[in-house]
Design a protein around this ligand. Structure first.
Ligand code: HAM
Length: 423
């Protein structure tokens, strides 16, 4: 039996990877213009990190983590998200000593044991950004401007920004009790999962995808109607700044996030193009997180973008993998040897060159040159070996010119721009 990839974990093949590289490169450019530096943390972390930050009663921690014991019986988990590892590293490496504001971004694979479907995978990739050290609502707006700008730069504009505020340790407990009371009054209408979790994690009930739960909770109390003065003020400022910066948004009072560390501002960028997996990016504030993990009492805010979902939205058209500038077709041992050294020399000089390695006929070699879409071809046979010259053929307009083999690299370097514009 053939060995295949693990369910829900995908290869990214040539032809697709170019889209990924574009999305990653654009993130680096946009984020660095906003003053963010990259941080890379290990893929596995101690399991406790995620239990303490994401929350014991969340779906991620309860059901979705790739957790295993290593050979010394230490429990480790493949990171299901990037915020907790970045905070762990921030505290461990005392990055707060470098500046009063830390702006960090990361990209890489995350792991969640979810039921795979279009847009939802078990290994998926996020590009995330985090700002630690600022409570002011200006930074909430700035993070959202950066996210918005990224979507403009990658050419995906069919997304809408939804924002909400989840309150803080001052106002959330009162709201939570109210919500529990409300849910209790209609417990028999909730799904078994919500009946189980309405006491431990009542906010999650508002996010349940089961139709009957949605119907039963249409008039549930909204957290933004129960914010304390400080949280209410903060949320108004965030909305004012967004309006001033001309970032369109809607308030979604039912938005709760699947991770427990959020307080105050939360947001999602949603699309109607991906069916039920409609969030292409999401994030929010986590003001108590750094302190709860043993660091200083610093506020934080950030987001993560789901790369697979962006790739799906960019369309499934395959980009053309890089086209060779030159294909050398050679016949006869001596010519093949010369073709091999010419090719190596050109490649060292940065000129993408291909040849045949399998002793194919000239006709078959030319067929391959056409298939690869080579900009130029060069045929080497006994005659060319004797004269030291060969015809360099421009494949887009079929013109030929005689070149000296010893100066092939120079001739091609001169044509670099021309070859790719005329091809
Ligand atoms: P999240 O909402 O769990 O937040 O994930 C962020 C994004 O990752 C989602 O909106 C989605 O695009 C993508 N995503 C999540 N799970 C999957 C999956 N199974 N398959 C494909 N894509 C997926 C976080 O992870 C937070 N750490 C975001 C954050 C950063 N909050 C503050 N800072």
């Amino acid at each position: 039996m053939n060995i295949t990839a693990i369910k829900g974990m995908n290869d990214i093949l040539p032809g697709e990877v170019e889209t990924w590289q574009f999305l990653e490169q654009t993130a680096r450019e946009v984020f660095s213009a906003f003053g963010f530096s990259e941080i890379r943390t290990p893929v596995p972390e101690k399991t406790e990190l995620f239990c303490r930050s994401i929350g014991e009663t969340t779906d991620i921690v309860e059901k979705e983590m790739y957790t295993f014991d290593d050979k010394s019986n230490h429990s480790m988990t493949l990171r299901p998200e990037g915020t907790a590892p970045v905070m762990r590293s921030f505290i461990q490496n005392r990055l707060y000593n470098l500046d009063s504001v830390s702006k960090l971004y990361y990209l890489g694979p995350m792991f969640r044991y979810e039921r795979p479907q279009k847009g939802r995978y078990r290994q998926f990739h996020q590009i995330g950004a985090e700002v630690i050290g600022v409570e002011d609502a200006k930074i909430d707006a700035q993070v959202l401007v950066m996210l918005w700008q990224y979507f403009i730069r990658i050419g995906i504009e069919s997304v809408s920004l939804q924002v909400n505020s989840l309150g803080c340790p001052v106002c959330r407990p009162g709201y939570r009790d109210r919500l529990i009371g409300y849910l209790e009054s209609r417990l028999d209408k909730l799904c078994s999962e919500c009946q189980r979790r309405y006491l431990s994690n009542p906010l999650r009930v508002l996010d349940c995808k089961v139709e009957t739960c949605k119907e039963a909770t249409v008039d549930a109390p909204a957290v933004i109607e129960h914010l304390c003065t400080n949280c209410g003020e903060h949320f108004s400022q965030v909305k004012d700044y967004l309006a001033r910066l001309k970032i369109p948004f809607v308030v979604n009072a039912r938005m709760v996030r699947g991770l427990d560390y959020y307080v105050r501002t939360t947001f999602e960028l949603v699309t109607d193009q991906l069916g039920s997996q409609n969030a292409v990016a999401a994030g929010g504030r986590y003001d108590g997180l750094v302190e709860s993990l043993g660091g200083p009492a610093l506020p934080g805010i950030g987001f993560a973008i789901g790369l697979e979902r962006l790739v799906l939205m960019k369309g499934e058209q395959r980009a053309t993998p890089g086209v060779p500038m030159l294909f050398i077709a050679a016949m006869g041992t001596e010519a093949i040897d010369r073709a091999f050294s010419l090719m190596s020399q050109l490649q060292v000089n940065g000129i993408r060159t291909e040849m045949d390695y399998q002793g194919k006929s000239l006709k078959a070699q030319m067929r391959r040159a056409n298939k690869l879409n080579a900009a130029f071809t060069l045929i080497l046979g006994a005659e060319e070996m004797a004269s030291g010259q060969a015809q360099l053929k421009n494949m887009s307009n079929s013109t030929q010119e005689l070149v000296t083999l010893d100066s092939l690299a120079e001739a091609l370097t001169e044509k670099l721009g021309e070859a790719y514009t005329s091809a």
